[in-house]
Design a protein around this ligand. Structure first.
Ligand code: SF4
Ligand code: SF4
Length: 464
């Protein structure tokens, strides 16, 4: 088998990790016994068995956006796995460099699609980040920001609603225009200012109050579905969630909004907070068990990939493993479900449309054909395939804030392809990608020529 060459730095790391050496002592441990325990714990958290499945062939390199940008082995999947192995063996320190290398990864999982050995890289990077978060102390400001977002905000639907109301007030009271005109935005980090500019108009509290917890199927009823609304999705893209519910009803589904559902935990898992992610997963499993729905439907590729991994998260847990498996069997992405149902009558839309894959939909859930088929089923739509559509747009959860420069480098490259399609609608199926594509359109000065739209909104426009 042809293998791609590595650079010298990585060869040294890899050669030094050929043998597991349990006699090594970790920094901060006082005896060889505790060092062994520490290393065994590291191996378990970092999924050492999975690490060993990497045969270092390098087939994943050209698929990796960060390797393509940086050109170094340490920015590639193979290099990162080698570093994880060295850390798990106790042969590499959990240093600032290791920390940075693990967080330069987008978590896009394009390497999983490219890997002939089926290495579950997404699981590996989550384990590596969990280890980083356990062993490295963050500055106070970072700890505070994480505590507010990950612990006080995302897992609390009541607070997310308040956050939505505050955003609405900020946008509609004139405060937004005042802030922009005053030049205050220039004092903020560029990542925050650009994110603020891409935030869509937030739904009013009155519109939110009107949401019904149940929508009846139109025409012949085919099934009952529970709609997963997400945390950020329901604040930023409330109207898309509403359109998704109505769209499902138009396809013959009774739609229930499960009251006790919560954030999926994806952001927590990607940021190394597995315990926080699992706490949220338990709440979602319970909400599903207490409902009478046939399946649960989500419209966010990132959330969907996490929801479908709960069985892995609870593997070996006597109380939760079987429950998580039943939950996972009932999860559907909206494209995945709609593609199995008879099409309702759709009206003609005169748009030239292209589609940007959500990484976690394409690489994580292997859902690629369904959204394309649905778009091409809309009469009047001229569909044009986007070159490298399944290459990450640089959004990657909060990556576009934490790694702003790299994120924008990737986005600007993506926008060249988007512009080349001459589409007037760029469709995505994930809130993060949608915000990122809006930002890309603004950065490229294409606001007069195209807009970014969620697939559920476009399909609903045709089904209305
Ligand atoms: S998840 Fe994406 S960025 Fe990270 S190593 Fe894999 S391909 Fe590269
Ligand atoms: S992750 Fe897969 S494709 Fe990449 S080097 Fe390892 S075995 Fe090869």
């Amino acid at each position: 088998m042809h293998t791609k060459p590595m650079n010298t730095e990585m060869e040294v790391i890899i050669m030094s990790t050929q043998q597991v050496n349990l006699n090594l002592q970790l920094p901060g441990t006082s005896s060889s016994a505790s060092a062994k325990n520490g290393i065994l714990e590291l191996m378990e958290t970092m999924h050492y068995d999975e690490i060993l499945n990497c045969m270092r062939c390098g087939f994943c390199l050209s698929a990796c956006p960060t390797y393509r940008e940086v050109g170094k082995e340490t920015a590639s999947p193979r290099g990162r796995i080698a570093m994880m192995k060295a850390v798990a063996n106790g042969q590499l320190e959990i240093s600032e460099k290791f920390d940075n290398d693990m967080y330069l990864c987008l978590g896009c999982r394009a390497c999983e699609t490219a890997c002939p050995a089926g290495v579950r890289y997404g699981t590996l990077i989550e384990g590596a980040r969990e280890v980083v978060e356990t062993h490295r102390k963050r500055p106070m400001t970072v700890r505070l920001a994480r505590n507010i977002t990950m612990k006080q905000l995302f897992p609390r639907p009541d607070r997310m609603k308040t956050f939505g109301r505050l955003l609405y007030f900020y946008q509609q009271s004139g405060l937004r225009s005042l802030t922009r005109k005053s030049g205050v935005m220039k004092l903020l980090p560029k990542s925050v200012a650009e994110m603020e500019a891409a935030i869509p108009d937030i739904a009013s509290p009155a519109a939110r109050k009107e949401r019904k917890n149940f929508l009846a199927a139109k025409g012949e009823k085919r099934m009952t579905v529970g709609l997963f609304t997400g945390c950020v999705m329901d604040v930023m893209f409330f109207e898309t969630n509403e359109a998704t519910g109505k769209l499902l009803a138009a396809f013959g589904c009774d739609v229930v909004y499960l009251e006790k559902q919560n954030c999926c935990g994806a952001l927590h898992a990607h940021a190394g907070d597995k315990a926080g992610a699992m706490e949220l997963a338990k709440q979602n499993i319970e909400a599903f068990e207490q409902s009478a729905v046939d399946v649960m439907v989500n419209n966010a590729g990132g959330c969907g990939a996490a929801l479908k991994e709960y069985d892995h998260w609870f593997a070996g847990d006597p109380e939760w493993e079987e429950r998580a498996k039943r939950f996972v069997e009932a999860q559907r992405d909206v494209n995945e479900l709609l593609a199995t149902l008879p099409l309702p009558k759709l009206k003609s839309l005169p748009y030239r449309v292209t589609y940007q894959d959500s990484c976690h939909l394409a690489h994580g859930q292997k859902i690629r054909l369904q959204p394309r088929e649905l778009l091409q089923a809309i009469p009047g739509v001229q569909y044009v395939e986007l070159p490298e559509a399944d290459r990450c747009c640089g959004s990657a959860g909060i990556y576009n804030i934490t790694n702003f420069d790299m994120s924008m480098q990737i986005l600007d490259g993506k926008m060249q392809h988007v512009q080349g399609t001459q589409a007037n609608i760029v469709v995505t199926s994930n809130p993060g990608c949608l915000l990122q594509m809006r930002k890309g359109i603004q950065r490229a000065g294409l606001e007069d020529q195209m807009k970014a739209v969620h697939i559920a909104d476009l399909l609903y426009e045709a089904a209305e």
